[in-house]
Design a binder for this molecule. Structure first.
Ligand code: IMP
Length: 451
């Protein structure tokens, strides 16, 4: 059975929650591999809205194993509260597994995130202020705490005293802020440990065993490729690896185990926080797109910046994640926009730039080159690809041509039945990597597959 990685192919908020929710129905194991409660998705199941930041929404379906894997940074206050919310709604959370290797977001990480952001002044990143950057920084500096440390109370207490002393020096002497009492933190974390003890395990072994047993494993990415620490618009990125390779490191599986990478793309683009955004639409048109799309952060409530679809950024995401299939979401939001614009290249001085520049100074000088496509007036309603309005089909086909990747899933509304899945991603391994294939080849393949 193929293992499928779902990745965001833009700056996050592509609608991955809905796509993973859809695929989770037929998956056995759903794995979150990176990030923490900076992510958030809302899924609507049987009219009830779930807002989850850490636990995969697959937990809503009975019998699924939902893993918070080693690559995550976990805020235990948030986790305990999500478990409580699910139990309150009558869900069995027995399928939840938390990696003993995942790192903890500690309260001093939150405080430092806020203080560091303020200190950056005009270089502010616009973080979610959930302590993500400081937690990953401690992980890399080898000053972090792992979930498994909670099972060694004496070790945890001793090390916490030492680490908190260091953090307090920073908080009090550099920032003039309040420090923490390590013994209070210890008591608090021992209470959390009791609540989550039954869920802690070696999740890499569990996931590999599931793959060996032929189970369907869905790796659920958070954020998006353009926020990747290495491949995104650094420094305006998150501190983890949302690209598909991040799923391997973040879940403890080898790259040879991944069969397909589904890139989720919104029919337009949004970005929250600072950083370059070549296709951003400023003014009333951008406001209209934000309002129609309900583009406000699930985690912070911040209004998202909105713009046209950017095929240059998308091709970059395809490249760095090895995307084999695309899911296009929120086609309903674009209803009423005519014409629809798609950025097909950047103009940099006299040159046409087809690849995504790594230097922000270059990116800032790039002007998007737009192509106009006819819009559609009604929100699409369809049960087959061919019954979609012709303008929607043309838009999807153009995305395929511009990326060389076939569209396998289309979403045009929040509800689950407003999704068209054009092939069972778990049933068939991806065709040989479409990267390098000509758009015509991919297009012909997809058509043949549908016929
Ligand atoms: P951090 O991950 O909180 O450190 O934030 C770093 C950058 O990533 C900021 O621009 C955030 O707005 C952005 N970011 C983090 N998580 C998400 C997400 O789930 N969706 C969209 N943007 C995000």
């Amino acid at each position: 059975m193929p293992a499928v990685v779902v990745v965001g192919a833009q700056w996050g908020d592509e609608g991955k929650g809905k796509v993973t929710d859809y695929l989770a129905q037929t998956a056995d194991v759903i794995v979150r591999c990176q990030g923490g409660n900076n992510a958030g998705h809302t899924v609507v199941v049987e009219g009830r809205e779930y807002r989850l930041h850490l636990i995969p929404s697959g937990i809503i379906y009975p019998g699924k194993t939902c893993v918070l894997a080693n690559g995550m940074v976990i805020d235990l206050r948030g986790l305990v509260s999500e478990i409580g919310q699910l139990r309150q709604y009558g869900h069995d959370v027995g399928g939840l597994k938390v990696s003993d290797r995942a790192h903890l977001v500690m309260p001093y990480h939150h405080r430092l995130d806020v203080l560091e952001e303020e200190r950056r002044g005009s270089f502010q990143l616009g973080t979610t202020r959930r302590g993500i950057g400081p937690a990953y920084a401690d992980k890399a500096a080898r000053d972090g705490f792992r979930v498994g440390d909670l099972l060694e109370p004496e070790y945890f207490r001793q090390r916490l005293r030492w680490v908190v002393r260091e953090k307090n020096l920073l908080l009090e002497r550099i920032y003039g802020a309040e420090g923490f009492d390590p013994d209070h933190l210890y008591e608090e974390y021992m209470r959390y440990a009791e609540e989550i003890a039954d869920f802690i395990c070696d999740t890499s072994t569990l996931i590999n065993a599931a793959l060996d047993a032929g189970q369907r494993v869905l790796f659920e990415g958070a954020q998006g490729a353009m926020l990747d620490l290495d491949h995104g618009t650094y420094p305006y990125v998150t501190s983890s690896h949302p690209v598909a390779g991040g799923a391997c490191v973040g879940a403890g599986v080898g790259p040879t185990r991944i069969d397909r990478v589904l890139g989720v793309v919104k029919a337009y683009t949004s970005r929250v926080g600072g950083g370059p955004f070549p296709t951003e639409i400023k003014g009333s048109l951008g406001d209209r797109l934000r309002d129609r799309g309900g583009e406000y952060g699930t985690t912070t409530g911040r209004p998202r910046r909105c713009g046209w679809l950017d095929a240059v950024a998308l091709r970059h995401a395809v490249l760095v994640s090895g995307i084999t299939d695309l899911a296009i979401t929120k086609l309903d939001t674009l209803a009423g926009f005519d014409p629809i614009r798609v950025c097909v290249a950047y103009r940099h001085g006299e040159r046409l730039q087809q690849s995504f520049p790594s230097r922000l100074s270059v990116l800032e000088r790039c002007q998007p080159v737009y192509e106009e496509l006819p819009g559609w007036t009604e929100e699409p309603v369809a049960s087959t690809f061919d019954s979609l309005p012709p303008a929607v089909r043309r838009f999807l086909e153009r995305v395929e041509e511009l990326t060389g990747i076939p569209v396998r899933m289309v979403s045009f509304g929040r509800e689950r039945d407003k999704t068209l899945c054009l092939s069972d991603l778990f049933a068939t391994p991806a065709a040989k990597s479409p990267l390098g294939a000509t758009p015509e080849m991919v297009y012909t393949n997809r058509r043949t597959e549908r016929e």
